[in-house]
Design a protein. Sequence first.
Length: 127
Amino acid sequence: MKIFRYLTVFLLAGLLFTGTSSCFAQGTTASPSPDVDGFVWMKSTDPEKKAFLFGAGTAIALEYQMRAKLSEEPSRFIKGWIEVFDNMSWAEMASKLDTYYASNPDKQNKLVFDVLWHEMIKPNLKN
């Protein structure tokens, strides 16, 4: 019985130290959450790009629904995103961003959300 307790304690301690030591193996970056600009976008994989757009789209849809529920007017960006990207797939959106950054290598420092607003949403708003 005593051996079982000691074994359990050592096993838990081993798991604890194994779990915490793996986090020290990760390097640190200059910015813990870098802005997603053209440099980051073009180095990202297709699944990462789609996941980024899916996450942004989900947050925007939630914002839109919350404001509608509270009878508040959503921002032009939110309304524009819903209006312009309504029937567009994540792959199509990613492809449009890829095309923009490939066609404008001098604008790689432009943030993805700036490109989405100035190049895709704003020119296509109906009102």
